[in-house]
Design a binder for this molecule. Structure first.
Ligand SMILES: C[S@@+](CC[C@H](N)C(=O)[O-])C[C@H]1O[C@@H](n2cnc3c(N)ncnc32)[C@H](O)[C@@H]1O
Length: 185
């Protein structure tokens, strides 16, 4: 319960300082996906101040691990402070890097049960290409802002058509929603 109220405080702080963060409802949806699929190893592209990371870290349970990647130094530092205070830092590996560069350099055998893509919207297809080989059978990829900013996600329809997957867009709050991709592996 303490962790939950801390996460709410982090979201409130993001909202009051105009730091982007998923909505509480989107957090609930992602937490449900994680729990429903028994996800453990999770990857996130785009930490910002870490609200979504905390929601995912909480949902994956004490045996889960989340790697989150952020390329803004101030955001990375702010998120690290929140992680240290959250009681969940043991589950979180925060990396300061361009996600595309970091993923390219990572050993190919580092794979994930679930991936949350929430970086620069115009690079969504590049992120999907980078994470596709790292998704384990039965895993999933979620892409945030899939309604409001779908127009920025150049090439997404073609990408979906060219990859063996099922997908759906779910409106998670009145403002926006999440695209969830289930690779057929
Ligand atoms: C929408 S915000 C993330 C919000 C966060 N997921 C949350 O809900 O609390 C997007 C973040 O992605 C970061 N970002 C964008 N492109 C990136 C990249 N290629 N590599 C790492 N971080 C990136 C931005 O600096 C920004 O902080």
């Amino acid at each position: 319960m303490e962790t939950e109220s801390f996460m709410t405080d982090v979201l409130d702080a993001c909202r009051s300082s105009d730091v982007p963060a998923i909505s509480c409802e989107t957090g609930d949806f992602l937490a449900g996906l994680v729990r429903g699929h028994g996800s453990r190893d999770t990857l996130e592209i785009g930490t910002a101040h870490g609200y979504s990371t905390l929601r995912l870290a909480h949902a994956i349970g004490e045996n889960g691990r989340i790697l989150t990647i952020e390329f803004s130094r101030p955001s990375y530092e702010a998120a690290r402070e929140y992680f240290a205070r959250s009681g969940l830092s043991g589950r979180i590996e925060a990396v300061f890097a361009d996600a595309l560069v970091h993923l390219q350099a990572m050993p190919t055998n580092r794979t994930f049960d679930s991936v949350f893509v929430d970086g620069e919207k115009r690079r969504t297809v590049e992120f999907l290409d980078a994470v596709w080989p790292r998704i384990r059978p039965g895993g999933w990829i979620a892409v945030d802002d899939a309604i409001k900013f779908r127009w920025k996600m150049d090439g997404l329809d073609g990408w979906l058509a060219n990859h063996a997957c099922e997908y759906c867009t779910v409106r998670t709050d009145p403002d926006d929603g999440v695209l969830v991709i289930f690779p057929k592996k």
